[in-house]
Design a binder for this molecule. Sequence first.
Ligand code: ZN
Length: 406
Amino acid sequence: MECRICRNNDLKEFLSLGKTPLANSFLPKESLSLKEESFPLAVCFCQDCKLVQLTYVVPAEAMFKNYVYVSSTSGTFRAHFARMAEDISKDFNLDEKSLAVDVGSNDGILLKGFKRFNVRTIGVEPAANVAKIAEENGVETINGFFGKDAAKEIVARKGHADVVTAANVFAHVNDIDDFAENVKFLLKKDGILVIEVQYLVDTIEKMTFDNIYHEHLSYFTLTSLANFFKRHEMEIFDAQRVDSHGGSLRVFAKKNNGSHKAGKNVGMILKHEQEIGVEDLKLYREFAGNVYSVRENLKSCLEGIKNKGMSIAGYGAPAKSTTLLNFCGIGRNFLDYIVDENPLKIGLYTPGTRIPVVGPDALDKKKPDYVLILAWNFAEEILAKTKKYSGKGVKFIIPLPELRTI
Ligand SMILES: [Zn+2]
C-alpha cells in the first residue's frame, strides 16, 4: 500500500474499525440467507504529504453501481446546495454563457441551483438509478465515472467549463491524479474547481468517526490538499469551513496561471491546522483512543436501557450508520427497527447488522421507549419532525458528537 498522493509506502496505521460490509450495501429480504462480504476498515497517515487514508481500497465498481443515496431527500441538503450554487454563481459572475459541471451529480441537487441562475449545466453520475432520476428532473447527466472519456464528451457537447464542482466526491476517488488532470483539461484557462470534502479537523474535533467508511478513501486537511494541488500545477485560492456532514471544507482551486487572487482564508486555515498538529501522528493516535471510548460509552448506555426491559428504535439509515452500528456491535440485540424516509431504503436491511429499515409510520405502530438518532447531523430536523413522540414520553439519544439523551 502506498500513499495516494505522494507514493510513500511507509504509512502509519492509527485506527481500526474492524471488518465491515460496504456502508451502502443495504440488503433486500431475499439476500438475508446469503453470506455478506466485508472488508477491513482501518485508517493510516502519510508522514510525508500528510494525507490520512484507508489502508484497504475496495474496487469502485463494487461500491457505486447501485447507490441508494439520493441527496434531495434531505431538506438540509437541498438548502445547502441551493445556497452553494447561488454563492458560486454570484461570486464568479456566471451567466447563460457559462458552463457548470458537477462530478458525482447525484439526482441533480446542485445543478438545479445553477440552472436557477441560467447557467448551462451537465452532471456526471456513476449510479444508473440515480442518474436516471436526475434526467427525469431535467438535469442533463452522463451516466458513468468521471474520467478522460467523460471529460472529452462534455467538451464535445458543451465546450470547456467555467466551474467544475465535486461535492462529497473527491474523498471517494482512488486515482486523484487522473481526476485532477481531467479537471484541468475540462476547465477554461480561468475556470475553477470547487470541491467540498468532509474536513478531517472536524472529524477529529467533533468525533464524527462514523464518516469513516470504505467509500471514503481519503480524509483531507487543507494541508494535504494544498500539497496535492501543487503537484498538479494548481493552486488553492480560497477555502471555507462549512457545516454539511458534520463539518466540511469547501476549497476553490485554479490553474497556476489563472487570474483569481488568493484570499486570506487559506493562510488562516493552514495556520490553525499547524497549531493543532495535523502534521503529527500524535494527533491521530489520540483521536483513535477517543473513538474506542465512544464505543464503550454508547454501548453501556444502550445496555442500560435494554436491561430495564425497554425498547429502542433507530432514526435515519445513512451510510455512516453502517460504521457506527458495526463498530459498536449494535444490531437487532438493541434496535428493533430503523426509520428512514428514503423510499429506496425502506424494506431493506442494514449491512452487517441486518436491522429492518421501515417508513416513519412505524413509530406510531410500534412506539419505542427510546430512539437512537443515527443521522445525528440532522438531529435538529429529526427532533422537530418527531415532536409528537417526545410529547408521548419517547426519549431521543443523539450519539455524536457528544452522547446525549433528550
Ligand atoms: Zn503521502
